[in-house]
Design a protein around this ligand. Structure first.
Ligand SMILES: Cc1cc2nc3c(=O)[nH]c(=O)nc-3n(C[C@H](O)[C@H](O)[C@H](O)COP(=O)(O)OP(=O)(O)OC[C@H]3O[C@@H](n4cnc5c(N)ncnc54)[C@H](O)[C@@H]3O)c2cc1C
Length: 532
């Protein structure tokens, strides 16, 4: 994936694309890949980096949605469980089964969740990741060595999927590019071109150079997450908002707060949400919250009340109480929930996806979840075929392997996230042993990875490397700030940048990463969430 050549292709004006996708998160990348693999001429533009928005800030679960089961939404759960199985099959280097344990402090809870998880297993059918089972008190403690033992009756074990969200996004972009799509980051849609009352393309801006140019397409898909209404207003200035935005925060802790290989699932917090403590890349990710009424923005900040809420729950369920001093990183994602006239309670809105088509034929895809990105893409491209008057073609993505797909057992463990591309990273280190050095003693990433990110994964900034390709910002925000200068120097060499660029990158990244440290949280009075 070479950005310069993609940009020349886009800016040449020589092509009228069949399908142009705006937005490079899970929804947009999935749509671009689906369309390209059906043989359409496809372009995708992303205003920042791939997965800069919600798609790098998820709980990292590939799941049917246990809470939707509680809401009785069986078809949503069944369809998501099928997608879970397909995701694991098509991107095995990034998606793997994970054992979850629900600790029960009452017999009623035990049977309630035991029955629920049996239904969950059955709905997964042949794509089940493992059978759920009842655990005794001792077995529960074996799985969750630091779970609060006081009053513990037993537990319920079940299996779901876990993944690396931003890495999957990068691999989806690469797969779409390999299928012929012109995929560019740092390229924003700043307006729509309309001809005879119909959307005929977009006005795009190359964010790096500031140059604006027209991109023409038969069909335009708006997959801009929490920003869909901005793009919809380029089409219909008075359009009523489609999405409500709610915020979800995660706190990252050292792994010793929950050793072992199982995740802890708290089925009911004070606001009725599920809370997870999940081992991920040798850290513990704890979350999430659900704070309605927030603004759509690219770098949302956690609120102090949300952090307190997560830490208080973690303290309730773990024997060693994590405190603010233990927090390595805090990340915040925005939910683009499709508003159905409900106000104030976003937890009650559907996570299922919505496709809306304006009178000028702008297609907007929103809602859903990472797990169902492929299905959402299939649905939206079916609609795009109708809108574009194309003869329908068969969707191929259920069988399509994602870039890097390989049995992870065959890959060196520290490079497993690259799947089959690990060989390329290793080769860089073998050719130049200086590249085999670690970026930082507290981070598991090497210089060679940065080179790989620049050459093969369209990394343009220090943030692209440390936030989404090597997940340093999530694993340890402070260490990632310390690693920024070396990353900036490697990138500058690869991209032909000067010392001024290096200094600017270090400054910009440091400011951003400070927002992922506890001191970066926003103090907002009278938050709706309280401790349990
Ligand atoms: C806290 C939280 C936890 C979650 N956990 C899970 C989970 O564990 N499992 C799961 O399956 N799902 C989960 N989800 C849901 C899932 O993450 C989202 O549904 C999904 O990432 C949304 O992807 P998207 O592509 O629609 O939006 P985004 O990822 O936000 O992508 C939209 C993109 O459009 C770009 N854009 C915006 N405007 C423009 C423009 N004008 N021009 C060009 N580009 C533009 C943005 O920069 C952005 O990158 C979670 C969501 C949240 C908030």
């Amino acid at each position: 994936m070479q950005r310069d050549s993609v940009l020349s292709r886009l800016r040449s004006g020589a092509e009228v694309f069949d399908i142009l996708v705006v937005g490079g998160g899970a929804s947009g990348l999935g749509a671009a890949l689906d369309a390209a693999s059906r043989g359409y001429r496809v372009a995708l533009i992303e205003q920042a980096d791939f997965a800069k928005g919600t798609s790098s800030r998820s709980t990292k679960l590939v799941h049917g949605g246990v809470r939707y089961l509680k809401q009785g939404d069986i078809s949503l759960v069944r369809s998501a469980l099928r997608e879970r199985g397909l995701m694991q099959r098509n991107a095995p280097h990034l998606v793997h089964p994970l054992a979850f344990v629900i600790p029960n402090y009452s017999r009623f809870d035990h049977w309630f969740y035991r029955i629920g998880m049996t239904v969950y297993d059955r709905l997964a059918g042949g794509l089940s990741l493992g059978r759920s089972e009842s655990l005794s008190r001792a077995e529960t403690i074996e799985h969750l060595p630091t779970v609060e033992p006081k009053g513990l009756a037993g537990g319920v074990l079940y299996y779901d999927g876990q993944f690396d969200d931003a890495r999957l996004a990068i691999n989806l972009a690469q797969t779409a590019a390999a299928q012929g799509a012109a995929v560019a980051n740092y390229c924003a849609c700043v307006g729509l071109i309309k001809e005879q009352g119909r959307v005929a393309g977009v006005l795009a801006r190359d964010v790096e150079s500031g140059a604006e140019f027209e991109l023409r397409a038969q069909v335009v898909i708006n997959a801009t997450g929490v920003f869909v209404d901005t793009v919809r207003r380029y089409d219909e200035p008075g359009a009523t908002p489609l999405v409500a935005v709610s915020q979800g925060v995660h706190v990252v802790l050292p792994r010793q707060f929950l050793p072992g290989t199982s995740a802890l699932m708290v089925p009911k917090t004070t606001d009725g949400r599920v809370l997870f403590a999940i081992p991920w890349h040798d850290r513990l990710v704890v979350g999430t919250t659900d704070t309605p009424g927030v603004q759509a923005e690219l770098e949302p900040r956690a609120q102090t009340a949300e952090i307190d809420f997560i830490l208080e729950h973690a303290q309730k369920y773990l024997t060693t109480d994590p405190t603010e001093n233990d927090v390595l990183s805090v990340f915040t994602g925005l939910r683009p929930l499709v508003s159905r006239g409900t106000k104030g309670n976003t937890a009650a809105l559907s996570r299922d996806h919505t496709i809306s088509i304006s009178s000028a034929q702008l297609i907007t895809l929103t809602g859903g979840k990472w797990t169902t990105y492929r299905r959402m893409a299939e649905d939206v491209i079916n609609q795009a075929e109708r809108v574009g008057g194309f003869t329908p073609r068969v969707c191929r993505t259920a069988e399509l392997r994602i870039q890097g797909a390989v049995d992870p057992a065959t890959i060196r463990s520290d490079l497993r996230i690259y799947g089959s591309d690990a060989a390329g990273v290793i080769a860089l280190g073998q050719k130049d042993p200086a590249l085999d050095q670690k970026l930082h003693p507290k981070l598991p990433f090497r210089h060679a990875e940065v080179v790989w990110h620049a050459r093969q994964e369209m990394a343009r900034t220090v943030e692209d490397v440390l936030a989404r390709r090597a997940r340093a910002l999530v694993l340890d925000a402070r260490a990632s700030i310390e690693a920024a200068p070396v990353v900036a120097r490697i990138l500058a060499r690869e991209l032909g940048r000067d010392q001024i660029w290096i200094e600017d990158q270090i400054r910009t990244y440091t400011t951003l990463a400070q927002g992922w440290l506890l001191g970066g949280a926003r103090k907002v009075p009278n938050q709706p969430e309280k401790s349990r």
